[in-house]
Ligand binder design. Structure first.
Ligand SMILES: [Zn+2]
Length: 396
């Protein structure tokens, strides 16, 4: 008798989206959790999914998300993580990087502890967790965004040894690269395989260059809470935003919810950096997947956390105009990019292969290629999820 994992699934007649192009009317055979064959008129006695007229894409990969369905990854409980991951899976996101917000160090360590324990367990049928992203607390005062002022830290002055202790579960750390000691911190983190990402910063060129030369390689939600053109000492200076658009060593992520990044700006960014260097991230908060009924939500888990409400299609800090994060999953953002005129293959890549590559998971995930994990979305022409295959099994 076959065990669940050995069952085969055949996805037939789909518009298969690969990094190179769309294969029209093609089939994908999945076995043992992996993609085994891609071609025409494949046959197999296993389960058949008819994908005629539908896009067949890799499962989406979200490397910056705080939660969904009322839960925040910082809640650090089984129930909260199950809820947040269900929000993602319901939307075709099959891998995530659980993201913290700026909080007291104890709360961040509790979150890391939970991440480590969770990743050591088996979670069949749940959206994958690839690791943690720490968004702070080494951020600038000016561009702290929705993060809390009292908890901000400076590498030269404040302890970050806890990040080194949990290096094996940390994928990414966002820092403001102009802060004193950011270059040394960048070196120590990158040495342990952690991606150091610039963001929530307040630098001008060349203040952030020591951190870039030390290995900073990514930019957190480009154009949001990020330094830009500034007049100083009688001349104009570029910020991390403009610098980041021009340095090919840096990858970037964008919140393509048509609020944080309007469609034309998405086009500009993709034109500057290309689909291989820009990915979309949800930066979704616990309000994602919830009705817009005026309810007040917390960012993170602490009692005195920043509070926010759902505004017009976006989360907004209570009593202010500051965006707190998005309520939009990666799948919808990829559709937004397509609607903005970006070709389907490039837009899908920005929600799949490019984020996988940024966090070093592209050998196993992120594209429809033989041998990779069979995480596959079947989407109708408006990019609504019709079926979802996770780890070789049909789960939606
Ligand atoms: Zn965030």
């Amino acid at each position: 008798m076959l065990t669940a994992l050995e069952e085969a699934v055949l996805i037939k007649n789909g518009r298969v989206v690969t990094p190179e192009g769309i294969l029209e009317c093609a089939d994908i055979l999945v076995e043992d959790g992996k993609i085994r064959k891609i071609g025409k008129r494949l046959t197999d006695p296993g389960e058949v999914i008819d994908a005629e007229g539908c896009f067949v894409t890799p499962g989406f990969i979200d490397i910056h998300t705080h939660g969904g369905y009322e839960a925040d990854f910082m809640d650090a409980t089984d129930e909260a993580w199950a809820a947040a991951l269900a929000f993602h899976l319901d939307n075709g996101t099959t891998s995530t990087v659980a993201t913290s917000c700026t909080a007291p160090v104890d709360s961040i360590v509790r979150f890391l502890d939970f991440t480590r324990a969770y990743m050591a367990g088996e979670h069949e049928g749940a959206c994958r967790v690839l690791g943690a992203h720490l968004e702070g607390p080494f951020l600038s005062v000016k561009n702290k965004g929705a993060q809390k002022l009292e908890q901000l830290a400076v590498p030269a002055r404040d302890d970050y040894s806890y990040m080194l202790d949990y290096a094996e579960v940390i994928k990414t750390v966002t820092i403001a690269p102009e802060l004193e000691g950011a270059d040394k911190m960048t070196r120590e983190l990158t040495l342990r395989g952690i991606v150091v990402s610039g963001g929530h910063d307040d630098g001008i060129y060349p203040e952030f260059m020591p951190a870039v030369e030390a290995g900073l390689s990514h930019l957190t939600h480009l154009y949001c809470a990020m330094s830009d053109l500034r007049f100083k000492d009688g001349r104009r200076n570029v910020g991390l935003r403009e610098y980041g658009l021009t340095d090919d060593r840096l990858t970037a992520e964008i919140i393509a919810d048509n609020r944080h990044i309007p469609p034309m700006l998405a086009r500009l960014i993709v034109r500057a950096k290309g689909a291989d260097r820009v990915c979309v991230v949800s930066d979704s908060l616990r309000a994602a997947g919830q009705p817009a009924d005026g309810r007040v939500y917390k960012l993170g888990s602490d009692e005195d956390a920043v509070r926010f409400v759902i505004g017009d299609g976006v989360a907004v800090v209570e009593n202010s105009a500051t965006y707190a994060g998005s309520i939009t999953p990666v799948r919808r953002m990829v559709k937004n990019l397509i609607d903005a005129g970006i070709p389907v293959c490039a837009a899908v890549k920005m929600g799949t292969l490019t984020p996988a590559r940024i966090v070093g998971e592209d050998k196993e995930l992120g594209s429809l290629e033989i041998g990779k994990h069979a995480d596959i979305c079947i989407l109708d022409e408006s990019f609504e999820l019709v079926n979802l295959v996770l780890n070789g099994r049909k789960v939606r």
